[in-house]
Structure formats: C-alpha cells, structure tokens
Design a protein around this ligand. Structure first.
Ligand code: FAD
Length: 468
C-alpha cells in the first residue's frame, strides 16, 4: 500500500494530484476498444498523479519512488489502445504532458520534450523549415510524441517511411533510469529500440530527436467503389506508383464508411467501399488520370474543391483512418471491436479475398498501406462484430491458418500482443535501468516470468534486439 502522505511530502514542490477521481481518470487509456481488456482492466487505478515540469523533477520522482518501492507508469495523452499507460500495480502515474517544449529545430531534424503533441511540433517546424514529422498516428492532434514512440507503431506517413520498428525514424532518445541514483542515458542508432514500443518499462524518455521530411500541401480525398476488391486493387496500384505522392492510403469496406463517417455520410452511398487518401496537391492531376482508368472508381470528395463550410466542419481525412475508423465505429455501435493483421507476403490480396468470403459481414475490412521490410503491403485493421471471446479466438486462429500474423489488440503485455519480442539483450538492459522492476509493472512477461515459453514461430512487429 502506497503511503501517499509520505510520498507527497517527499515530492514537495512538484505538481501532484491525489483526488481519486482524477487519478483514476488519468490511469485509463483507450483500453476499452477491447471487450476483453475492458473486463480485465476496468478497476485499474494509480495512487498519485505526478506531473514533472523538467528532467530534474523526473529524476527526483524516480529516486523517491525507487527508495520506497513505488511503481511508476509513464503517461502522455493516454490514447494507447492496449492499456499501455495503465498502472496495473498502482503507484505513481507520471504525466509527462507538461514537458512539451520543442527544444531545437534544424532544417531536417527536431528535438523535443516527450510531452509535445505531434500536431504542435509540426506547427512549429513547418513555418520555420518547410519540414514536418515523417510519421504520426491518427491521434496527431492530441497524442504526445513520447507516448507515440513508447506505445505506438505506425500511422500516417508509413506509406512512405515504414514504422517505428524501422531504424532511422528515431535519431536519439534521452532517458532517465529507475535506480537509487537515476542516470540520464542517451540512446542512438539501433539502441533506440530499447525504449521504442517498450511502454516505458526500460526508462522514462525525457528528450527526443527525430528526422523530418518535406511538408507538402496535402489534399484529403475520398474515392468510392461498389466493389471492395476493386478498391483494394486501386489502393495497391496507387501505393506502388513511385511518382504519385501520397501520405496515407486507407481502404475501408462498405457499409462502414457510410455508417461510421457521420459527417462525410452525405458524400457516400451505403454500398460504397471508400479509399481515404492524403494526396500532394501537385499530384491531383495524376490521381485524376489514375481514377479515369480504374474500374468503378468515383471521386466522392476532395478538399481542394470543398465548400468553406465543409472545410470547417469535416474532420481531416487522417481522422477517418487507422484507429479512428474503429473509434468512429464504436461511437455508432459500441459492441464492435477490431483486429490487427499482417497478411502473408505472397499474394496478400488472395488471402484477404478468402477471409472476406469466410467471415463476410462479421469482419468488414479496413486496410492501411505501409512500407514494410522495403515493400508496400496492406495491413489489416478489420472491424469485428464481436460476439464472445471464444469466437474471437476462432477468428484469430482462422487468420493464422491462412498464414496471417495477428498483432493482438486484446492483450496488454508486450509479448502476447505479438508487438515486442523481449530477448536477453533487452532483459539485460532492463536489469540495468530498472533493477527493481518498478517501471510499468506487469507489461513485460519475460521480466516477471523468465521461464514463460512463447511459441517460437510467433511473429513480432518489433523483433528482438539480438536479431536486429
Ligand atoms: P500514452 O497512451 O499516454 O502512452 C503510451 C505508452 O507510452 C504507455 O505505455 C506509456 O507508459 C508510455 N509512455 C508515455 N510517455 C512516455 C515517456 N515519456 N517515457 C516512457 N514511456 C512513456 N497508434 C499508432 O501507432 N498509430 C495510429 O495511427 C494510431 N491511431 C489511433 C487512433 C485512435 C482514435 C486511438 C484512440 C489510438 C490510436 N493509436 C495509434 C494509439 C495511440 O494514440 C498512439 O500510439 C499515441 O501516439 C500514443 O500517445 P499518447 O501520448 O497518448 O501515449
């Protein structure tokens, strides 16, 4: 049991909050996307919310908590989908959102504090350098860059730049360790992977350096198709067109776009599958050319010819994609959930077609095109019309039998979700940076159960460091 009064006294001068309602609110994320996690994690809460303003305060908090054996779980904006930022063992919720400075802007690189919101970073870099972040989640307008690096995977821009798993997308991280005397470490090169998608279990990120890419004028586009497979073929062809610059290509099966995209509904017929695009303004003529030779393609909406009212009231196209598609679905039908699927490298469209005929309306399709291991692939975020856990497990098994890898969004540990492979290199690093295992406890099975045996064939999105 955490002695809150003693802890508060030891943190004197640092902003803390112990109102149980506020602490509980700040102990939650978007775990409720999953009916399984909703049941498992609903009661989780921390004991104290602590909001440091600078690295010295972070060091002080970690030192005090280390001495008193108090767990510390980092939090950015709390938009993770798998309970990443939820303090399973209580203790301190370390809110990094007030450390939000953009510290340095170079022509193609930005240095920030972890709590900087990604849209706010671009709002500073674009006017000064004409450059913007390479990749951001669809939660661009609210999520922090520290939370994205420690808890996210890929997103808008991944069609050009791959994901956080790809070396080069993060240049440097500064991190504070959880020791008697916390140290400040600099991670560069492939070492950044020791903190990326590690849910803050190996240290608290306090400074981030990432590369930027040229910022273009992006046009939001919706293209309709009466046939989902034609929509996928169009998306795939567009993704592979080397000269036609896009920032995001999402393919969403009917009737989801009509039923879920409430503010865009007026443009979409119920039977239309929709490809949601961000296209460079100068490439719109080329897109028209592609549309004119794509069977069944119908231009439904383009922001460069939208009315002033639509420009003001419609959400940006990226907020129809990635996990915003699921969020919009949940607001219409709270009983749905979703999966995350990597299709086989060979003939993925064939597998997608087979899955469609097996599951039909139970699993309406949602694909995002990304660069993966050097090629362009569709990854799946299908909506699942959820009935029960047994059926969900069956659906997963049918996918696996067809050669798909599931990155299971219904698990809160790093390993079970198939997201991050924990290997001896990472465990040795954690022994150094968090010897008592106080950082976000319960999220790394290999730490708590070193003998836990994983299926050796399991694919991981972030492979072990020994192999990378
Ligand atoms: P949080 O949820 O607060 O934290 C995420 C993880 O990082 C937690 O484990 C936390 O402990 C850890 N953490 C936070 N800050 C630090 C720090 N300074 N040091 C160490 N650890 C830290 N994800 C994607 O990858 N791509 C998407 O396109 C995407 N779309 C989404 C759409 C919706 C509608 C929703 C709800 C979620 C989506 N997500 C997506 C998940 C999530 O929004 C992103 O990963 C987001 O970047 C997380 O940032 P955050 O600030 O909310 O982090």
């Amino acid at each position: 049991m955490t002695d809150i009064s003693a802890l508060k006294a030891n943190l004197d001068g640092i902003k803390v909050e112990d109102d149980p309602r506020i602490v509980r609110k700040k102990s939650r994320d978007f775990f409720w996307y999953s009916p399984i996690l909703k049941e498992q994690l609903d009661a989780v809460t921390g004991d104290l919310l602590v909001s440091p303003k600078n690295v010295d305060e972070v060091i002080r908090v970690l030192k005090v908590c280390y001495a008193a054996d108090i767990p510390v779980t980092a939090r950015g904006a709390g938009t993770g989908n798998y309970g990443q930022a939820m303090p399973l063992s209580g203790g301190v919720v370390l809110d990094l959102s007030e450390m939000d400075a953009v510290k340095d802007i170079k022509p193609s690189v930005v240095v920030t504090e972890p709590g900087a919101v990604m849209a706010d970073i671009d709002a500073q870099t674009i006017p000064r350098t004409g450059h913007a972040l390479r990749i951001h989640p669809s939660t661009y307008r609210i999520a922090t860059i520290g939370g994205f690096l420690a808890g996210g995977a890929a997103g808008v821009g991944s069609v050009n730049w791959g994901g956080l798993r790809d070396l080069g997308n993060v240049i440097r991280l500064r991190m504070v360790t959880m020791e008697a005397e916390p140290q400040v470490l600099e991670l560069t090169g492939s070492d950044v992977q020791k903190a990326i998608h590690a849910y803050g279990t190996t240290g608290i990120i306090t400074e981030i350096e990432v590369p930027l890419t040229e910022a273009y004028d992006w046009i939001d586009v919706l293209v309709g198709f009466d046939d989902f497979i034609n929509a996928i073929r169009f998306s795939e062809e567009l993704a592979n067109m080397d000269g036609l610059l896009t920032k995001n290509i999402a393919t969403i099966e009917a009737p989801l776009p009509h039923d879920y995209f409430l503010r865009h509904k007026k443009f979409i017929r119920k039977e239309q599958s929709v490809v949601v695009l961000m296209v460079a303004a100068f490439a719109m003529g080329a897109l028209d050319g592609l549309l004119s030779r794509s069977p069944g393609a119908e231009m439904l909406y383009r922001s460069d010819s939208a009315t002033a009212e639509d420009i003001t009231h419609l959400p940006p196209a990226y907020e129809l994609t990635w996990n915003h598609t699921t969020l919009r679905g949940l607001s219409v039908d709270p009983s749905i959930t979703y999966l995350q699927v990597r299709y086989p490298d060979v003939k993925p469209l064939e597998t997608i077609g087979k899955l469609q005929s097996i599951f039909a309306e139970e699993l309406p399709g949602h694909l995002e095109f990304i660069r993966y291991n050097g090629g362009l692939v569709p990854i799946g975020l299908p909506i699942v019309r959820f009935t029960d856990k047994t059926r969900l497990d069956e659906i997963i098994k049918r996918h696996e039998a067809l050669g798909c890898t599931i990155f299971n969004p219904h698990r809160y540990t790093l390993e079970e979700g198939g997201m991050k492979q924990i290997d001896p290199v990472l465990l040795a690093f954690k022994r150094q940076t968090d010897p008592k295992g106080l950082l976000n406890p319960g999220k790394m099975i290999a730490w708590e159960h070193p003998d836990y045996k994983f299926d050796s064939d399991q694919g991981f999105l972030f492979p072990g460091l020994q192999r990378s």
